[in-house]
Design a protein around this ligand. Structure first.
Ligand SMILES: C[S@@+](CC[C@H](N)C(=O)[O-])C[C@H]1O[C@@H](n2cnc3c(N)ncnc32)[C@H](O)[C@@H]1O
Length: 355
C-alpha cells in the first residue's frame, strides 16, 4: 500500500490526488501495523474497527466519514479492520482490488466422482460417539459446491444442456473433448473418462475403487468473488498466489497441511494450518465468470444460483512474465544481483498472477 501510494505521489501526482486506498484486514495487530506504516510514510489514515470509535490521523479527522465527502476529501488510506466477508464495501467507482497471498488460506471442499456415472460426490466428515472422524461421500447438495461446478461447466462450454440435474448434465458433458482445460474435467484417466464401457468394466473389477481420486475445490474463493462482485461492482482484480506446493495431500489441488504437536507421549494434535495452491488454469476459468457482474442471459435450470455470465478477459501470468510485462526495465534492474541473475525473474516459479 505504501509503495503504491508513494509511486503514484512521485510519478503520477494527478492520479494520486484522486486515489484513495482501502485495506481490508481481519487481524487487529496487522491493521494497526498498516496504520503505523502509512502514517510514517506521510499519508493520512482512517482506521475503522467495527463497533469502535474511528482512529484517524489528525489531517483525516474533519472528513473521515465513509459516506461523506468526495473522493478527494477523504483520508488517503482507510484501514477497515474487519473480515472481508463482513465488509460493507466502499465504492461504486472503478477500482483495483489486490489480493496477494490471500486465497491460499481459504477453505476448500473435497469432492470425488462416481467412476461409472461421473456424478460428483461431496465429502462430509462425521464424528462418532468415541470422537473418531470418518469421511462419507454423498451426492452434491452443498449450494456453494454446486455453484462452483456450475461456473466451471459454463466456462468449459458444457453448461448449455437441457437436463435439470447437474449430476446428469455433468455425466453427459463431453469431458473427453480435447479443447477442455484439464481442470474442467474430473481427475480421471482420460481413456476411462472417454469411455462409459471401460469405466463399467473397470469398476466391476475386484477391489477397484468406485470413486475418482479427490479433487479439492476452492469454494471459499467462490464466496469471495461473489462478495467482491457485490461490494465493488466496478473492480478489477489482481491476485497472486502459489499455484503448486510441495508435499501436498494426494489429489487434484491438494493442500499442504502443517500440524503442530504437543510433545507428550503419545503426541497430541494441537493445531493444523492448511495452504492450498491457487490454480488459475486458463484465461477464461471460473474465476473470471464469478467475478463478472452482468447477467446477459438466463441460466439453464441446472445452473441455478450461478450468476454473472459476462465474459471478461482475465490474464494468467507466471511470476517472471507478469513482472516483465507490467514492470519497467528500471525496476527490474533493481532486483538484479552482481552476477546478472534477476531474483524476481528466476525465483518464484510456482507463483502465478491473475489480472
Ligand atoms: C499471507 S498474508 C498476505 C501478506 C501480503 N501479501 C504481504 O506481502 O504482506 C494474508 C493476509 O490476509 C489477511 N486475511 C486473511 N483472511 C482475511 C479475511 N477473511 N478478511 C480480511 N483479511 C484477511 C490476513 O490477516 C493477512 O494479513
Amino acid at each position: 500500500m505504501v509503495d503504491v501510494l508513494t509511486f503514484l505521489r512521485d510519478e503520477h501526482p494527478e492520479v494520486y490526488e484522486r486515489t484513495r486506498y482501502e485495506v481490508v484486514e481481519i487481524s487487529s495487530a496487522l491493521a494497526e501495523r498498516q496504520r503505523l506504516q502509512a502514517e510514517r510514510a506521510g499519508f493520512t489514515v482512517d482506521l475503522v474497527k467495527p463497533g469502535v470509535k474511528r482512529v484517524s490521523s489528525p489531517a483525516a479527522e474533519p472528513s473521515s466519514s465513509p459516506s461523506s465527502g468526495s473522493t478527494t476529501d477523504r483520508a488517503q488510506v482507510r484501514i477497515s479492520n474487519v473480515d472481508f466477508f463482513d465488509w460493507a464495501g466502499s465504492s461504486k467507482e472503478s477500482c483495483y482490488f489486490i489480493a496477494l497471498e490471500v486465497f491460499d488460506n481459504f477453505a476448500h471442499d473435497m469432492i470425488r466422482y462416481n467412476l461409472e456415472t461421473l456424478e460428483p460426490m461431496q465429502a462430509v466428515v462425521t464424528i462418532d460417539n468415541t470422537g473418531d472422524f470418518s469421511l462419507l461421500y454423498e451426492p452434491v447438495t452443498d449450494p456453494v459446491i454446486r455453484r462452483y461446478l456450475g461456473y466451471r461447466r459454463l466456462v468449459s462450454g458444457t453448461g448449455g444442456g437441457n437436463s435439470g440435474h447437474p449430476a446428469a448434465a455433468a455425466a453427459a458433458a463431453p469431458f473427453s473433448s480435447s479443447h477442455l482445460p484439464v481442470s474442467a474435467t474430473p481427475p480421471i484417466n482420460p481413456l476411462l473418462l472417454s469411455s462409459p464401457l471401460l469405466r463399467k468394466i473397470y469398476t466391476s473389477l475386484p477391489f477397484a475403487p468406485n470413486l475418482s481420486t479427490p479433487e479439492f475445490i476452492p469454494t471459499k474463493q467462490i464466496l469471495f468473488l461473489e462478495k467482491l462482485r457485490e461490494a465493488l461492482p466496478y473492480h478489477r482484480l489482481l491476485v497472486s498466489d502459489f499455484d503448486s506446493l510441495p508435499d501436498a495431500v494426494e489429489g487434484r489441488n491438494g493442500p499442504v497441511v502443517q500440524t503442530s504437536l504437543i510433545m507428550t507421549s503419545p503426541p497430541r494434535k494441537l493445531s493444523s494450518d492448511f495452504f492450498s495452491p491457487h490454480r488459475p488454469p486458463t484465461t477464461t476459468d471460473s474465476t473470471s465468470r464469478a467475478a463478472s457482474r452482468n447477467h446477459r442471459r438466463s441460466p439453464p435450470p441446472d445452473l441455478i444460483g450461478v450468476r454473472g455470465f459476462k465474459h471478461r478477459h482475465v490474464g494468467v501470468y507466471d511470476h517472471a512474465d507478469f513482472l516483465t510485462r507490467f514492470g519497467s526495465q528500471d525496476e527490474l534492474k533493481g532486483t538484479t544481483t552482481k552476477d546478472g541473475d534477476n531474483v524476481m525473474l528466476s525465483m518464484y516459479k510456482n507463483v502465478k498472477f491473475m489480472f
